[in-house]
Design a protein around this ligand. Structure first.
Ligand SMILES: Cc1ncc(COP(=O)(O)O)c(C=O)c1O
Length: 410
């Protein structure tokens, strides 16, 4: 089973992170030389290709037609249908997808409401477009963008909302659309982590002006690199297609300036092959999340991730939270001890975007207006999440959580 590292954290934890504390000596913990719960680590993710994926890529290689063609078109048709969208457009990666979606929807100098709590690309592409990001806090239960805070932060120059369906869980789409309708805002949903998530029994492609996806090597639908935009407006779809390929309307006729952000058919073929299994794999992720909910609810000191009412999460990540007041250790010390017991974890994310040096010119209050995001960065940790988790893996996770929690309880 192959595993791949998640995106590396670009910076150390915020300076306000609780300092590492000396911990009670507990020789039973594996981190102190005791016997680990499991000698073999639970795989954090599962990214191995199936033989069918390899065969699909080889068939394209043998055909000699490597450019974006039939396999990209097939991926577009199927993803449009599966996400309840009218149009789907493949592109080079999820970052390009955001850039392609933002460019036609707002102008340089516009204010754009963005989550303080998400991966950097949602916001860095707003900045690349020339927009001013206005950081919105997260909800404490779902960890998704807080639309009441967004409403408070509207300015006369606000033109758009960029909302991430973080960890695979759709945001409160009704609230986003209501605010957008009231203030005439464009809406882009970043679904890089949320393929096949639903809201009110529809695919997430049914909502907003555009929805973007990533097929990065660790995503639920992984092709190595790759991305997609879905939308329901014919004119916008045309604009995005033009931008994706140098504004070309006929051979060497360029109606506007654009980019080369195209996918290729090797990537398209891997995507189509993996798409055959995505529904079944998503169901397994949802089952795994239900098992983790049950385990964590029975151990005091943890909070389970809540799903937005009316939504189903694709559980790209299962993000638990530790209550630092209930333990003698920090989150990082807890995770180090879990790792020694055979349970790897990861932190998404070690700091809110309001504390990213890249955005310092847009943050005047040091992040004080996003207090929930400030808290989350010290509390969140991701447990292993993928379609290949076994009963044995869940037993290991549960035993390790109990062992470390008992050793470090305040
Ligand atoms: C929420 C979110 N948006 C955008 C991206 C960017 O996607 P890509 O890595 O395909 O450019 C990612 C990738 O990690 C992501 O998690």
């Amino acid at each position: 089973m192959a595993t791949a590292a998640p995106h590396a954290a670009p910076h150390a934890a915020p300076t306000t992170a609780p300092h590492t504390r000396p911990l009670p000596a507990n020789p039973g913990l594996a981190i102190n030389g005791g016997t680990p719960v499991s000698a073999a680590a639970v795989p954090f993710m599962q990214t191995a290709l199936a033989q069918a994926d390899i065969d699909a890529a080889v068939a394209v290689l043998k055909s000699g037609m490597l450019r974006a063609w039939k396999k990209c078109e097939e991926l577009e048709t199927r993803m449009a249908q599966m996400s309840s969208a009218r149009h789907a457009m493949t592109c080079a990666n999820g970052t390009c997808a955001l850039q392609l979606a933002y460019e036609p929807l707002f102008e340089r100098g516009d204010d754009v409401l963005v989550p303080a709590w998400t991966y950097i690309a949602t916001v860095s592409m707003v900045v690349a477009r020339g927009g001013n990001p206005i950081f919105v806090d997260a909800l404490p239960d779902t960890m998704q963008i807080d639309m009441a805070d967004a409403a408070r932060k509207i300015t006369p120059r606000t033109r758009a909302i960029a909302a991430t369906h973080l960890y695979g869980c759709p945001v409160d789409i009704d609230a986003v659309q209501a605010l957008a309708a009231k203030h005439n805002l464009k809406v882009v949903y970043d679904a890089a982590q949320a393929h096949l998530a639903t809201y009110k029994n529809k695919g997430i492609g049914a909502f907003g002006d555009a929805v973007t996806y990533s097929f990065y090597a660790t995503k639920n639908l992984a092709t190595g690199e790759g991305g997609m935009i879905t939308c329901n407006d014919d004119a916008l779809a045309r604009q995005i297609k033009l931008l994706r390929s140098h504004g070309e309307t006929d051979k060497y006729l360029h109606e506007q300036v654009g980019y080369n952000y195209r996918m290729n058919d090797i990537t398209g073929a891997i995507g189509c092959s993996r798409l055959d299994r995505l529904e079944a794999e998503t169901k397994k992720r949802q089952d795994a999340a239900a098992r983790y909910d049950k385990i964590l609810s029975s151990i005091p000191g943890f909070t389970t991730p809540k799903t937005t009412p009316g939504a189903t999460s694709a559980y790209h990540l299962y993000i638990a939270r530790i209550d630092p007041t209930k333990f003698l250790c920090t989150r990082d010390q807890f995770c180090d001890a879990l790792k020694a017991e055979g349970v790897p974890t990861a932190v998404h994310y070690p700091r809110p975007l309001t504390r990213q040096p890249a955005f310092s010119q847009f943050v005047k209050d040091g992040g004080a207006s996003c207090p929930i995001a400030e808290k989350l960065c010290h509390q969140v940790f991701a447990l292993p999440m993928h379609h290949g988790l076994t009963d044995e893996h869940f037993k290991t996770v549960e035993a390790a959580l109990r062992k470390v929690a008992d050793a470090y309880r305040a």
